[in-house]
Design a protein around this ligand. Structure first.
Ligand SMILES: [Zn+2]
Length: 447
């Protein structure tokens, strides 16, 4: 945390106020990680010894949140072809389920460093991650937590429990979720219970997870109906569709994160809406895997809509913009698309408070987590047209500066206190090891 107070002056402070975003042009003083004063720009703050960022009319908002990331996939760039990837199942079998078996702690740490640096550049300082490294399960979440903590990124972690690698590795996955929740969570690092997807998780596993959830009142983080095959395979293997299995095992609550939901029917959404689990939408991934896109009109009001990247990158601003564009492409009117987009903005705010109750509204007394966008409004901005500026202006610009808990992580596009050359060298060394590992004969579970 900075010792000196920090003054951000000449900024459009986009404060959250009674369900609206209310832009206010002024100065903000941050002391010991807390927003202590907000004044209009013509009122000078009576204090002398502080650091100053002159925003020069730029926009300040709450930070971005990635509600579904796979940090473990960060090094997967330019890798050798490992087999056919003609459909969703082949993409899993011939890329991700081979890659995750190669990962060791050094590669996981390098992946987390890469994710952290990318995330800060896009103003993302809160990450919900869904991790998989089956041959190095126990202790893997602590590696992620420690690496993200080095960059002051708050996180909600889980390990992807699955039966696809056999009984022993499944048990290790369950144990890693349990141990992390019980012994490693704190005010900056929280957890959920990670499950891969219905089609790779046996009934006995769901039953074991339920007991832990009920005892500890935590949520699950699971892929749900990403591809049509989740439905057909669940039906074939377990005689039930994925949503019905989650309901029958009583695994859902209002802290749950259901990921994708591309192939959920309106009736299925309706069957879970009273429980209020959140839906994390990841459009870049859906488009890349050619699995379709969620039908926004089918999502009931009660289900919070969140935005994630599914490990493809850290660019939450672009992913949010894409949500708006896909809504329009699905023929939702401008009014309806803006309504849903605005709902998503507040849904994310309300949902994250279940994990971090001190998440801010950019008001005096709040924790000082905020980002300055390289956007100076070209027309007047107020609470009635904020989302017009947000969708067409703010989201199209780079993030200029990032402040987390009063600490400046990035100032004027430059990361502070980060030796990028050192990190890049480390990432490259581990990336080379990963690429080489993928050319060796594959381990099948643990020998
Ligand atoms: Zn995912």
């Amino acid at each position: 945390m900075n010792n000196k107070p920090l003054l951000i002056k000449n900024a459009w402070l986009c404060q959250i106020d009674s369900g609206t975003v209310n832009p206010f042009f002024g100065n903000m003083l941050i002391e010991n990680g807390i927003i202590t004063q907000i004044n209009s720009a013509d009122v000078s703050i009576q204090q002398k010894d502080f650091d100053i960022i002159d925003a020069q009319g730029r926009v300040v908002t709450i930070p971005n949140v990635n509600f579904h990331d796979h940090i473990y996939s960060r090094l997967a760039k330019g890798l050798p072809s490992l087999g056919s990837m003609q459909n969703f199942t082949e993409i899993l079998e011939n890329l991700w389920w081979k890659l995750d078996q190669i990962l060791d702690f050094a590669m996981i740490k390098a992946s987390a460093y890469m994710a952290a640096v990318e995330s800060i550049r896009y103003g993302v300082t809160y990450i919900f991650d869904h991790h998989s490294s089956p041959l190095h399960t126990i202790g893997s979440l602590k590696i992620l937590k420690d690496a993200l903590s080095e960059f002051s990124i708050r996180n909600v972690l889980c390990f992807e429990t699955t039966d696809r690698n056999g009984e022993q590795l499944k048990l290790e996955g369950i144990k890693e979720n349990q141990e992390f929740f019980l012994h490693n969570t704190d005010e900056n690092s929280e957890s959920v219970f990670g499950l891969h997807a219905s089609f790779t998780v046996e009934d006995s596993t769901l039953s074991a997870v339920r007991n832990f959830l009920e005892k500890n009142k935590i949520g699950i983080h699971i892929h749900l109906c990403e591809d049509e095959s989740d439905r057909s395979m669940s039906l074939q293997k377990y005689g039930k569709l994925p949503v019905q299995r989650l309901l029958d095992f009583n695994l859902l609550n209002d802290k749950s994160i259901l990921v994708h939901g591309v192939h959920l029917t309106k009736e299925e959404f309706d069957s879970i809406k009273s429980i209020k689990p959140a839906l994390a939408v990841n459009l870049d991934s859906n488009l890349n895997n050619a699995v379709g896109t969620p039908k926004f009109e089918n999502i009931p009001e009660e289900i919070p809509i969140l935005c994630g990247t599914d490990g493809m990158h850290a660019n939450i601003p672009r992913s949010q913009k894409q949500m708006f564009l896909i809504m329009r492409n699905q023929k939702l009117s401008f009014d309806k698309a803006f309504y849903l987009f605005r709902k998503m903005y507040f849904d994310q705010l309300n949902f994250i408070k279940k994990y971090f109750p001190d998440f801010l509204s950019l008001q005096v007394g709040n924790r000082a987590d905020l980002i300055i966008w390289d956007y100076v409004p070209p027309t007047p901005m107020n609470q009635n047209n904020f989302f017009g500026h947000y969708v067409y202006g703010i989201l199209e610009r780079q993030v200029h500066s990032v402040i987390q808990n009063g600490k400046v992580l990035m100032n004027n596009f430059n990361l502070t206190d980060v030796d990028e050359t050192k990190f890049n060298n480390y990432i490259y060394e581990q990336g080379k090891r990963l690429a080489k590992g993928l050319t060796q004969p594959f381990p099948k579970g643990r020998a």
